[in-house]
Design a protein around this ligand. Structure first.
Ligand code: EPZ
Length: 421
């Protein structure tokens, strides 16, 4: 397992371009299962999670070809509609194959994803929605066994605006008979991007990005290749990570390749803490600022504060003036960065869903361990401002969702050495 050795404190300066969004790329690659033709993509991110989903699609018979920045996935003929536990257990987004397989073949056998470090992460909302569309669902030996003569459009009200369930049901509705309305849908920009991809294939969708999404089902023959390779939106979570890194290290950094409007609430909170930045449509430049002040935040579905930026925000809070409170409402176990940050001198007290963070003057380098993707990012942020060397273990968590983050940070002035393990 690779390790990172990070020297601190450093000041980051320069510009960095974020990669395409992991959480848009995954559902969009899965959506190619609906298409009986080759689909071209431009610059999909080189991430472990992307490789995992491509491996899963290939195990069903999807053909992959690459030339330069262009990736082609061809699901013209599939060999099976089975998503095996061996792959699904490593990445729960694999459950997204359920919708397209049911829609196109009327059958799917998908391993239950099981929990992960940050929570139990059930899929009951996905399954409820599929049954509303007319699917029969059995759970046998850890697999979702789903069948449907023909999916029929329906009105589906989600009990919670689940991102994955919204995406799964959007894809299932594409080939269902008639109109499907998803009420209380997730509104994340990644949902909007999935809709844009499906619209580019000829699907009629309205309301994506709002809590009410309407999909007109069409016969598979009406799906047509898009006119040009599809480029996924920039990764707003990666962008937020770099923005917070620049603020913490007191440098001036331009973060490019994403839409600041996708981080409105995060930017409002950072401004309230005293950060200074200038944004245009596709980039944001962080300016040097004085020491920030503490604040209280609560994670929520979009457009609220994103849970995927919670750990990174806590890293910043650990060195601001005064105290902060973070309440995590989306996942039940998303504070695993706290004990590791504590080893570096952060002062964080946990109480149920909330964490109280007392800002300290400085952190100190220490050996720490990654536990999940965003917790790993928080540890790198702390390590860049800590005095001395921080050894970060189990870096594979980081490689799941950040493309070459150590190289990108080094180009901005960080002192990071990756030791292959
Ligand atoms: C997506 O996960 C993202 N992953 C997560 O990003 C992100 O944290 C999450 O949305 C929330 O924004 C991808 O897009 C690949 P949910 P997802 O369904 O779809 C509960 C990262 O770091 N729930 O909105 O799994 C669930 O347990 C990852 O990039 C049910 O109870 O999120 C959780 O508590 C981590 N039943 C809450 O809803 C269901 O059927 C949010 O889950 C589905 C979800």
């Amino acid at each position: 397992m690779d390790k990172l050795f990070v020297e601190g404190p450093v000041t980051l300066n320069g510009s960095v371009k974020v990669s395409s969004a992991k959480n848009a790329t995954l559902p969009i690659l899965v959506a190619t299962l609906l298409c009986p033709y080759a689909v071209k993509f431009d610059s999909i991110p080189d991430l472990m999670d992307v490789s995992t989903i491509i491996k899963l699609l290939q195990s069903m018979g999807v053909k992959l070809s690459q030339s330069g920045d262009e990736t082609t996935l061809d699901a013209t003929t599939l060999m099976n509609q089975h998503a095996d536990y061996a792959l699904v257990k490593t990445m729960r987004a694999s459950v997204l194959v359920l919708g397209p397989l049911l829609a196109r073949y009327g059958v799917a056998s998908v391993s239950l994803p099981g929990g992960c470090a940050i929570g139990a992460r059930p899929v009951d909302i996905h399954l409820m929605g599929m049954e509303k569309l007319g699917a029969q669902i059995q759970i046998e030996n850890g697999y979702i066994k789903a069948t449907a003569k023909k999916l029929i459009g329906a009105v589906i009200t989600l009990p919670f605006p689940s991102v994955g369930a919204t995406e799964n049901l959007m894809m299932a509705a594409v080939l269902a008979e008639g109109e499907t309305v998803i009420e209380n849908a997730a509104m994340e920009p990644e949902i909007d991007d999935l809709a844009d991809f499906l619209i580019a294939q000829g699907v009629k969708i309205s309301g994506a990005g709002t809590s009410r999404i309407i999909i007109q089902g069409i016969p598979i023959e009406r799906l047509k290749p898009a006119t040009k390779p599809y480029r996924v939106i920039g990764d707003r979570i990666e962008a937020a990570t770099f923005i917070i890194a620049a603020i913490m290290t007191g440098g001036e950094v331009k973060v490019e390749g994403f839409k600041p409007k996708h981080l409105t609430y995060v930017l409002e909170i950072l401004k309230k803490m005293g950060a200074d930045f200038v944004a245009d449509e596709n980039s944001l430049t962080v300016k040097k600022s004085n020491r920030l002040k503490g604040v209280a935040i609560e994670t929520a579905p979009y457009p609220g504060f994103p849970t995927d930026v919670q750990a990174q925000m806590m890293a910043l809070m650990s060195i601001v003036e005064g105290s902060s409170i973070v309440t995590e409402t989306i996942f039940e176990n998303r504070f695993m960065h706290v004990p590791e940050m504590g080893r570096m001198g952060a002062r964080v007290t946990l109480k149920g869903k909330s964490a109280l963070i007392e800002g300290v003057e400085s952190l100190s380098g220490a050996p720490v361990m990654c536990t999940d993707l965003r917790a790993s990012a928080a540890l790198i942020l702390c390590a860049m401002v800590a005095k001395g060397t921080t050894e970060i273990q189990r870096v594979y968590h980081l490689d799941r969702g950040y493309e070459k983050i150590d190289e990108k940070l080094t180009n901005l002035g960080a002192r990071i050495k990756r030791v292959k393990g």
